[in-house]
Design a protein around this ligand. Structure first.
Ligand code: NAI
Ligand code: MG
Length: 499
């Protein structure tokens, strides 16, 4: 097996961050916050400080938005679609060339096992750029015959929305930042990006690569800082045309409220409580590992995590035993070792939140089949956990825990597809669902009845830059990725000429 990262790289990074504040990118320059304030980002595997980072606030946001506006009205407006394609492809190549460093940054800042930082964050970011690069030259308006009296020539322009604020969470910082940047840049928008305060480092390195790729100054600006300061100022800013956000439902509501200042466009991806259904005829050799990794991967800090399992009673004992064995057998621990499967939660706050939910579950009457405890003391590790005997109104069953905690339920032959769909749809969320059965009719009928933006049948994964991503109900507004994701960065303008 290859070494998990290049020798000496970790020391190089530590040296870099020991030199001083990690700065923000505004108008092509690396700057400190105007207040001079900084915050610390932590390695959640150890609790140690990695770097001091500029803590942006409303004045820094004002400067970044002004830089993005100037680039949008100026140099970026003159750049042709095929040049945008070239720049996006160049950025993808630069990320590929710096894959080792970006993966390691993600691992120390987020707490993701190194094998997944490579596979998910770095490869995912490259995939997003290469997919979206092609769209830059394929965004098209249309001509339309209209029925008004007289003779008319009517056409519809599809124009870039303008200056976009993109607010990213801490669970997949690099791939989410790039997944937001790439369609916006392909469509011709300019950007102020705010990474999460827990995980700013890979985004700042991305900013260096954006400049190296040759994007004009001000096209991409990065403001680091807290949600209540930098994030809130961006969401409320009167010269921001759109805000795209991924994170919690609570913050999603705050962003909707803040957007009212100027009726900016709002795109929201707000997590879920996604069901997995395993029927008696399922291929259990696929279903069991998928159900286990569906909730334990990234320590459950995944918007589309399969956090509720509905398993047919005929196979329930076998499935639960398989999941318990995986929970006990997976390597939880040092994220720098190549075979580690599960790392820590991202922060002390998240640790408190997840262990708090497990305690609440116990109080509400849930039974812990496996796991349920914190591991060690320095880092923020929690055991992969399965809860039984939950009821639909329990908090652990309704709310997004965002930790490695699965609620497992049985169903029998007395429950038809409508009843199962009802159970799948019982929460306020509607992001994703997974179905395991050999019966194609069962699979497709259930897929139609579930209120979820993404449905996977007989396989995990299935997240791709070509497929729309987003949710029904409280899981958000709009879709990222695919054609819909590009169009979400455009405005329509109908033009009619009386001939
Ligand atoms: P959060 O939603 O508060 O943070 C996400 C991003 O929003 C960060 O960049 C943060 O700085 C920013 N933010 C916070 N308050 C803001 C405001 N008023 N205006 C503008 N931006 C703001 O999430 P948090 O508190 O870190 O995590 C709490 C829970 O949220 C998690 O346990 C999980 O359930 C959910 N979550 C869901 C995610 C998803 O992928 N859907 C990602 C992260 C969190
Ligand atoms: Mg960190």
């Amino acid at each position: 097996m290859n070494a998990p990262y290049s020798p000496g790289l970790l020391e190089q990074l530590q040296l870099r961050y020991a030199k001083g504040t990690a700065k923000m990118l505004i108008g092509g320059d690396w700057v400190e916050a105007q207040s001079g304030e900084t915050f610390q980002t932590i390695n959640p595997s150890t609790g140690a400080v990695i770097a001091n980072v500029a803590s942006g606030s409303d004045v820094d946001v004002d400067r970044a938005v002004a830089a993005a506006r100037a680039a949008f009205e100026g140099p970026w407006a003159k750049i042709r679609p095929d040049e945008r394609t070239r720049l996006l492809l160049k950025l993808a190549d630069l990320i590929e060339a710096n894959a080792d460093e970006l993966a390691l940054l993600e691992t120390i800042d987020v707490g993701r096992p190194i094998q997944f930082s490579r596979m998910i964050d770095v490869q995912g970011a490259i995939g997003q750029l290469r997919y979206n690069a092609g769209w830059a030259s394929k965004i098209a308006g249309e001509t339309t015959e209209i029925s008004a009296p007289g003779e008319w020539f009517s056409y519809v322009l599809r124009e870039p929305i303008g200056v976009c604020a993109q607010i990213v969470p801490w669970n997949f910082p690099l791939v989410m930042a790039v997944g937001k940047l790439a369609p916006a840049l392909a469509a011709g928008c300019t950007i102020v990006l705010k990474p999460a305060e827990q995980t700013p480092l890979s985004t700042l390195r991305l900013g260096e690569l954006v400049l190296e790729a040759g994007f004009p100054a001000g096209v991409v600006n990065i403001v680091t800082g807290f949600g209540r300061t930098a994030g809130a100022a961006l969401a409320a800013h009167r010269d921001v045309d759109k805000v795209a956000f991924t994170g919690s439902t609570v913050t999603g509501k705050a962003i909707i409220d803040a957007s009212k200042t100027n009726f900016k466009r709002v795109q929201l991806e707000l997590g879920g409580k996604s069901p997995t259904f395993i029927f008696a005829d399922a291929d259990l050799s696929r279903a069991i590992p998928a159900a286990a990794m569906g909730i334990f991967f990234n320590a459950g800090q995944v918007c589309a995590a399969g956090s509720r399992l509905f398993v047919h009673e005929k196979v329930a004992d076998q499935v639960l035993e398989g999941i318990v064995n995986m929970a006990k057998g997976m390597k939880v621990g040092d994220t720098l070792e190549g075979d580690t499967m599960i790392g820590p939660l991202v922060s002390a706050a998240q640790l408190e939140r997840v262990t708090g939910y497990i305690a609440t579950g116990r109080e509400e009457g849930a039974r812990v089949l496996v796991g349920g405890e914190r591991i060690g003391e320095g880092g923020y590790f929690v055991q992969p956990t399965v809860l039984l005997d939950t009821k639909p109104d329990m908090r652990v069953r309704k709310e997004e825990i965002f930790g490695p905690v699965l609620c497992a339920m049985r169903f029998g032959d007395d429950e038809d597809i409508d009843a199962l769909a009802g159970r799948g749809n019982e929460t306020e969320f509607g992001l994703s669902a997974s179905i395991y059965t050999q019966n194609i009719s069962t699979a497709h009928k259930l897929a139609r009845r579930l209120k979820a933006g993404t449905i996977r049948i007989n396989g995990s994964g299935g997240v791709d830059p070509a497929l729309p991503l987003g949710g029904f109900k409280a899981s958000g507004w709009g879709r990222e990725n695919g054609k819909a994701g590009i169009e979400a960065y455009t405005e329509l303008k109908a033009v009619s000429v009386a001939l």
